[in-house]
Design a protein. Structure first.
Ligand code: NAP
Length: 270
């Protein structure tokens, strides 16, 4: 069904993954407020219902789906369920993500596999399921949510940053291979945001350090809306993040030498 306007959001069907809290919840509400028909998914039904209620304040057409996105075999059926309940998905926001804050010498391959499955493979599988419909209709947007963890210093979050780096490279390939199809892939690159992301999960994860510059999730959601309304490949939620990303890319050796100086020999030598 054609969208009501040429706007990439108004009248479109948007599916946001990991939308029971944080950036995903704020993004769902922002998309609803901008006139999208919104599908949200995560595992916690009670928290999804709260987000549905917030979306309804904007009189939005919204549907919630409880799904464990780590169960990759379930995702084809999940995609069909979304299309049946909500309609063909025009905008897919692959927001789901989990941290795994641990030293590289302590993390196990199995734990890294878990992080890769949720942060990288679930966006890949869901995109693979929904992309053919977008191509048939000649229009679609896929926004993958990465992290400044790939653009700053991956201290204690090497596995997480690796999953997001894979997502970034895959999104770039997708964007380039989709040129001329009407479907576009984009990257949103948030920095530290005030969500449940930093809460301790399991006894062996180290706590996240406090960050006085942490953004509100609504600021990141506004950046998502702005990115969708642009033809840019990547978008940031603050100018500082864009500048930091450019600084590291321009001279990774100098950037990481600076980080090592800040961390100090007690950290780098052990
Ligand atoms: N917060 C930050 O500082 C920050 C910085 C940079 C990038 N990011 C990125 O932003 C995205 C959103 O993170 P957030 O900060 O909003 O964190 P959050 O509040 O912890 O939200 C994570 C969302 O993912 C869902 N989720 C986790 N595992 C899932 C699974 N197996 N199946 C289905 N849903 C699952 C959670 O819902 P359920 O538990 O209900 O399933 C929740 O809705 C992530 O990709 C993250 O990497 C965050």
């Amino acid at each position: 069904m054609p969208a009501a306007t040429d706007d990439p959001i108004t009248g479109r069907v948007a599916l946001v993954t990991g939308a029971s809290s944080g950036i995903g919840a704020a993004s769902a509400v922002a998309l609803a407020a901008t006139g999208a028909r919104v599908g949200i998914c995560a595992r916690r039904a009670d928290r999804l219902q709260e987000v549905v209620d917030r979306c309804h304040e904007h009189a939005a057409d919204v549907a919630m789906f409880t799904v464990d996105l780590a169960d990759l075999d379930r995702l084809p059926d999940f995609a069909r369920q979304v299309e049946a309940d909500l309609g063909a998905v025009d905008v897919l926001v692959n927001n789901v993500g989990v941290p795994k804050r641990r030293r590289m010498q302590d993390i196990t391959p199995s734990e890294i596999d878990d992080v890769m499955r949720i942060n990288f493979m679930s966006p890949v599988v869901l995109t693979t399921e929904l992309l053919p419909g977008m191509l048939d209709r000649g229009w679609g947007r896929i926004v993958n949510v990465s992290s400044m963890g790939t653009r700053s210093a991956a201290v204690r979050v090497g596995a997480y940053a690796a999953s997001k780096a894979a997502l970034e490279a895959w999104t770039e390939g997708l964007m380039l291979d989709l040129l001329g199809t009407g479907v576009m892939a984009q990257l949103l690159v948030p920095g530290t945001t005030k969500t449940e992301f930093a809460l301790p999960r399991g006894t062996d994860d180290e706590p996240f350090p406090p960050d006085s510059n942490a953004l509100e999730p609504e600021v990141v959601a506004d950046a998502l809306v702005a990115l969708l309304r642009s033809t840019d490949f990547e978008g940031f939620a603050s100018d500082d993040h864009a500048a930091l990303s450019a600084q590291k890319r321009s001279d990774p050796n100098a950037f990481l030498a600076m980080v090592r100086d800040v961390l100090g020999p007690s950290t780098t030598d052990k």
